[in-house]
Design a protein around this ligand. Structure first.
Ligand code: CAA
Length: 248
């Protein structure tokens, strides 16, 4: 498809497990994908691997936890490829420790990368979306933002915070053709989940009724559904996608 006619989707944290699957799926669905990264060395290798697999993405560096950095990245995207129609706030980190061992740095890093990043990206893109009367914002939260998880006071707080943010922004932008939704994946086969000690991870998997980890492509499928033009009546929603691990 002609690049000029493709809707542009910005995916933060593109080089991670979920980010990769989301970029690929949106590309397959016809989007021009602006892939955000923060680590140039990792991004270079990732880009080459994606090209080898038949995917061409437009790469943009930016630290999502830094307001100014995101502002510069958005300006660069607009100058080089155009206005962003779809924003997927996917970037996230963990610093898992029981709360009595959690440092202020562990707390600040996770809140900044997982939650303040959502403010930073939305704030820099919302004026353009409002002007154009169109936008799709998809925030990647977690099952652990819906329930407590041993070792994740920082992560759970950030991921739960996304829900309040999503609902308010959805209300404020509903008349402007912009939808804002949250997806709450459970345990998916990514490096982040594989970093959990095997014994702990196996116990977690035992508690998933479907009996396995999720696939990254299963999450990406839901993202692409919410990113589509036809999903215009869905806003302020939270989609649980966790193999039945948590039902509410
Ligand atoms: N519930 C209650 N007690 C628990 C527990 C749980 N789920 N897990 C461990 N404990 C207990 C242990 O039995 C042990 O007790 P004793 O001291 O009496 O023996 C104690 O807590 C272990 O405490 P430690 O201080 O030794 O803990 P630690 O410093 O080794 O840290 C941990 C443990 C790293 C947090 C580990 O529990 C862990 O990795 N938990 C899983 C965290 C997790 O699920 N992270 C998700 C990452 S993926 C992701 O985040 C993506 C997503 O959205 C799903």
């Amino acid at each position: 498809m002609d690049n000029n006619n493709r809707r542009i989707a910005l995916v933060t944290g593109s080089t991670g497990g979920l980010g990769t699957a989301i970029c690929q799926k949106l590309h397959d669905e016809g989007f021009r994908v602006a892939a955000n990264f923060n680590n140039p060395d990792k991004a270079k290798k990732w880009y080459e691997a994606q090209q080898a697999a038949g995917y061409t993405f437009d790469m943009f560096q930016g630290n999502v936890s830094d307001y100014e950095s995101v502002g510069m990245m958005v300006k660069e995207i607009e100058e080089k490829i155009g206005s962003v129609d779809v924003l997927v706030n996917n970037a996230g980190i963990t610093r898992d420790r029981p709360f009595h061992k959690m440092s202020k740095e562990d707390w600040d890093a996770v809140i900044a990368t997982n939650l303040t990043s959502v403010f930073n990206c939305c704030r820099h893109l919302i004026d353009g979306m409002r002007t154009r009367n169109y936008g799709r914002i998809i925030n990647i939260s977690s099952v652990n933002g819906q329930r407590g998880q041993f070792g994740q006071a920082n992560y759970s707080a950030a991921k739960a915070g996304m829900h309040g943010f999503t609902k308010t922004l959805a209300v404020e932008t509903a008349r402007k053709g912009i939808t804002v939704n949250t997806i709450s994946p459970g345990y998916v086969a990514t490096d982040m989940v594989m970093a959990v000690a095997e014994e702990v991870r196996n116990q977690i998997i035992e508690g998933i009724p479907v009996g396995r980890l999720g696939g990254t492509e299963e999450i990406a499928h839901l993202v692409s559904f919410l990113a589509s033009e036809k999903a215009g009546f869905i806003t302020g929603a939270n989609y649980a996608i966790n193999g039945g691990q948590h039902m509410y």
